[in-house]
Design a protein around this ligand. Structure first.
Ligand code: FES
Length: 240
């Protein structure tokens, strides 16, 4: 089948086009924000792009660069995003039952560079560690000069970390980690416990794409919110 040839009569191109638009907008904003190296902190709020904050005397660039590669690697190797950007950016294939665009030497994920997608499970461990720091940031966002309080920024950081957690723990690799490597789900207490945990993760996993997109939006929005507050463009409303 020639490239883009299909018998489909629906608007099959719409979804890959929207995905390309969404990922491009996020990519441009995230790159810009990560390279700024300033306005990432306001009061007890820390932008998720800069967390955990690593400040080193000898590092002359933005501290976000020291940490962002981990969550970026996690997203870039995510099973869902792979499908999304293979379709949207590589037209491989552009959609189901639509002719694809690729050379004869294409070997998919069996050869370099796409064989590196297999690192996803290791990026999961790193993303889980980063998530712990983001929850610490949420804890800090409730403390205003040692007093308990809630600001709009607190809610923004809380909801972002919640959705990032849903995204992280709905991961296919995590589902395998929880329930894989078993031949029998009912053989013994440990296997039964793993089975129950696997069922719980499977419920989250069913909406992995949804968590992927919501968390992509919230993490960008959380950075933007902290940035606008730090730049003095908006005021953070608080109850202390
Ligand atoms: S499969 Fe998407 S984060 Fe693991």
């Amino acid at each position: 089948m020639a490239f883009a040839q299909t018998q489909r009569r629906d608007m099959w191109w719409l979804q890959p086009a929207l995905v390309a638009l969404g990922l491009t907008l996020f990519g441009v904003y995230a790159t810009w924000a990560a390279l700024q190296g300033e306005h990432y902190r306001f009061g007890p709020y820390l932008s998720p792009f800069y967390s955990p904050l690593i400040l080193l005397d000898w590092w002359k660039f933005s501290p976000a660069i020291l940490i962002l590669w981990a969550p970026l690697g996690f997203r870039a190797t995510c099973y869902y995003y792979r499908k999304a950007y293979y379709r949207s950016f590589f037209a491989d294939p552009p959609a189901c039952a639509v002719g694809e665009f690729r050379g004869e030497k294409y070997k998919g994920e069996t050869a370099f560079p796409f064989i590196l997608q297999n690192l996803h499970r290791f990026f999961f461990y790193l993303a889980a560690i980063v998530l712990c720091f983001l929850w610490l940031d949420v804890y800090e966002a409730f403390r205003f000069d040692e007093k308990f309080g809630v600001g709009v920024g607190t809610l923004v950081l809380f909801s972002n970390t919640l959705f990032l957690s849903l995204y992280t723990f709905s991961c296919h690799s995590f589902r395998h980690l929880i329930g894989g490597d078993l031949n029998c789900f009912s053989c013994g207490l440990a296997a039964k416990t793993k089975y129950q945990a696997w069922k719980g993760v499977s419920v989250l996993n069913q909406n992995h794409m949804l968590w992927a997109w919501i968390s992509l939006f919230t993490v960008g929005f959380a950075d933007l919110y902290v940035r606008l507050c730090a730049m003095g463009i908006i005021n953070d409303i608080r109850i202390i």
